[in-house]
Design a protein around this ligand. Structure first.
Ligand code: GSH
Length: 223
């Protein structure tokens, strides 16, 4: 069965789903949807957004009007990390968490941590260095975001000194958000911004065939 996905390739949360679907090799149909970005860039620069998210049909599926949303058969789901967990448990418990509840929980911890500690500062960094028109960018917000990210990456560095992947030695669905964050960080700051264990990790995760789903720099740096 083909999975329906609403989202935009420039959205890191949509990218989580694209990466999971690539890992699983599942067929999907992507409907471009967004209130803030379109094919030419961000609405803050006068571009036209993909739309869809404000229609009554979309709001009935996802009252937030955000992306991503999926529909799998008769089942509709939003909230990117919940989608990852649904896909993991439905389609590949062995590959996505070793069919092990502790690895599942450890991966859950890291996807929540990524959501709380990495997404907000990285979102602000991209917004205030790329997406907003130059006159609306605040260098102080960009500076504080960088500072917060540099501290957060030290936590990742320490974890990757204990385990080869983020939740355990084996790859898990917890590596999906982390792969996207590390890749985006490299595109924003260069490989010289990476600490040694993160360098090793980036080499590992970017060598997975699924990485092609999120490799294109324009998915991360489009403004
Ligand atoms: N917690 C939600 C957040 C969803 C969210 O804020 N998505 C962003 C894209 S990453 C969005 O919809 N932005 C506005 C838009 O593109 O219309 C999730 O993880 O799915």
């Amino acid at each position: 069965m083909t999975i329906e996905l609403w989202g935009r390739p420039t959205s890191a949360r949509t990218q989580k789903v694209l990466l999971a679907l690539a890992e699983l090799g599942l067929p999907y149909n992507l409907t471009l949807a967004s209130a803030t970005m379109g094919a030419a860039g961000h609405v803050a620069k006068g571009n036209v957004a993909f739309g869809v998210v404000d229609t009554p049909e979309y709001r009935a599926m996802n009252p937030n009007g955000t992306v991503p949303t999926i529909r799998d058969g008769g089942f509709t789901l939003w909230e990117s990390n919940a989608i990852l967990q649904y896909l993991a448990m439905t389609y590949d418990p062995a590959g996505f968490y070793g069919n092990d509840i502790r690895r599942f929980a450890s991966a859950a911890r890291w996807v929540m941590w990524e959501n709380n500690e990495l997404i907000p500062p990285m979102h602000n960094l991209v917004k205030h260095t790329i997406r907003l028109p130059e006159g609306e960018r605040d260098p102080e917000i960009a500076r504080q975001s960088l500072e917060r990210l540099e501290k957060a990456w030290l936590i990742v560095e320490a974890q990757l000194g204990r385990t080869r992947h983020i939740a355990d030695d084996a790859w898990s669905y917890g590596d999906i958000p982390m792969t996207i964050r590390v890749h985006r960080w490299v595109l924003l700051r260069g490989t010289e911004a990476l600490t040694p264990n993160v360098v090793r990790y980036y080499a590992d995760v970017s060598a997975r065939p699924s990485f092609d789903a999120v490799r294109d720099p324009s998915m991360h740096l489009a403004g």
